[in-house]
Design a protein around this ligand. Structure first.
Ligand SMILES: *Cc1c(COP(=O)(O)O)cnc(C)c1O
Length: 448
């Protein structure tokens, strides 16, 4: 955490303490006391054990979708957590509930829904998508939910949880959905992923939207990973076509705990039509007392939720507006730049080949040498370099499995001697990696 946020956190905690003390000095009960020496020993031991992690904070980590939150989010979360508000009912935390509503208006405005919408934070993208699919089921009962073969596995699984029939749509070579393979009269909702979890691909909303509208099919956008890239829709750094059409969709999921600089425990769901709130209607004998205003628990499947998560996102958005040239835009632009630079270095490399051109900031590639013919050799080389980097701590990548038929369609010079091929994948979600990627590629090459 940077020093300024750390210093300010201590001051802010002090400030809060004077408010706490204003209710009268209260000694902590003896049953809760822990000897100082135990606290010290345990936290010291913990700091040792936590070193068993991979270095998510450092640009040498170019593996999965993981990074620490921004220090401002960290400090805001810690400060709010010392009170531990619960954003279920307004009774559980009036200020943090208010901040959640403010944050949701910012997200809604950012995605083009404006102030007329329904939405709230969730504990994850999984829960946010579950709510979207549940509302999809309630809105179009008896109909299927369709999603592409590249969508997150949660959609298939949650259709099972909800007891809804689902259908997987194949993706054609040009990235379009094979809409001829499905019967539109059976489909109630189609999921479109803007930024797939595997390759960071942006599914063709421009193709699907007119088709869905014509057949009265709902559209749910899963932008859990990609959502914040909408800041770059007019920048020329990415293809903005699908991002610009987001306001046309019925629901949107985004995960602030992925590209939104937040600690885990922060997803979000937004519905374009606030009337879907009727599906959430319930009465609780325990809660909604202090006000006639909207209690967030009345529009959420989850009951208790961390008010601290809302506070952390609120503080972050105060510092980082959702704009192209200020706040999030420049951060995402650096990540995108890292992927583009990495891609061109790999194109030039004689030891690495790009698997596909990145659409966002996820780079996929594979090692080769002068005698590589079969996909099994590529898998072996990928695993070797993946392990070698971790062993001497010079870089951390992730592995990605592709069906050999898909792989050889893109790279016909190789023979499919196995059903699957393992390649390398780097999620370049640290802006520092725009500069570091050159060193990263050199380090990978030196291990081949
Ligand atoms: C990560 C992700 C999810 C699941 O979200 P969690 O926050 O991990 O629960 C769903 N869809 C997409 C596209 C994702 O990238």
């Amino acid at each position: 955490m940077n020093n300024q946020a750390e210093k300010t956190l201590h001051q802010a905690l002090e400030n809060l303490r004077s408010w706490k003390d204003s209710f009268g000095n209260q000694e902590t009960d003896s049953t809760l006391s822990v000897p100082d020496s135990n606290v010290e020993a345990i936290l010291f031991d913990l700091s040792k054990r936590l070193k068993g992690n991979y270095p998510f904070h450092h640009p040498v980590y170019a593996g999965q979708m993981l990074k620490p939150p921004h220090p401002i989010a960290w400090a805001a979360y810690a400060l709010a957590m010392s009170i531990n508000p619960n954003n279920h009912a307004l009774d559980g935390g009036p200020p943090s509930s208010e901040m959640e509503k403010e944050v949701m208006v910012k997200l809604s405005t950012f995605f083009g829904y404006g102030d007329e919408f329904l939405g709230h934070l969730t504990s994850s993208g999984t829960i946010a998508n579950l709510e979207a699919l549940w509302v999809a089921r309630q809105s179009n009962p008896g109909k299927k939910i369709a999603f592409s073969e590249n969508s997150h596995y949660t959609h298939g699984r949650m259709c099972g949880v909800l007891g809804v029939d689902s259908q997987t749509i194949s993706v054609l070579e040009d990235g379009s959905f094979d809409l001829n393979s499905i019967n539109p009269t059976e489909i109630g909702t189609i999921v479109v992923t803007l930024g797939t979890t595997g390759l960071g691909e942006v599914e063709p909303l421009d193709q699907i939207l007119p088709w869905a509208k014509k057949h009265g099919i709902r559209i749910h956008i899963d932008a859990a990973y990609g959502g914040f890239f909408r800041t770059l829709k007019d920048s020329g750094l990415i293809d903005g076509t699908s991002w610009k059409l987001m306001p046309e969709a019925d629901s949107i999921v985004v995960d602030p705990h992925k590209h939104g600089l937040q600690p885990y425990g922060c997803g979000a769901i937004l519905f374009k039509n606030p009337e879907v709130g009727k599906y959430y209607k319930h009465d609780s004998p325990y809660t909604y007392f202090t006000s006639e205003e909207l209690h967030l628990g009345e529009i959420s499947l989850e009951c208790s939720r961390a008010g601290a998560a809302a506070v952390a996102l609120w503080a972050t958005l105060e510092c980082f507006p959702l704009k192209e040239n200020e706040g999030f835009g420049p951060v995402l632009a650096k990540c995108r730049q890292a992927a583009l630079t990495g891609y061109s270095l790999i194109v030039e490399s004689d030891k690495l080949e790009p698997y596909k051109k990145p659409e966002l900031d996820i780079l996929t590639y594979f090692p080769i040498n002068s005698s590589t013919n079969n996909v099994s050799e590529i898998s072996a080389l990928s695993k070797k370099v993946f392990e070698a980097g971790m062993k001497d701590q010079s870089f951390y990548l992730s592995l990605f499995k592709v069906p050999s038929s898909t792989f050889t369609r893109l790279h016909p010079q190789f023979t499919a001697d196995e059903d699957q091929v393992t390649i390398l994948r780097s999620v370049l979600m640290r802006p520092e990696q725009a500069d570091f990627v050159e060193e990263l590629v050199k380090r990978i090459e030196s291990h081949l």
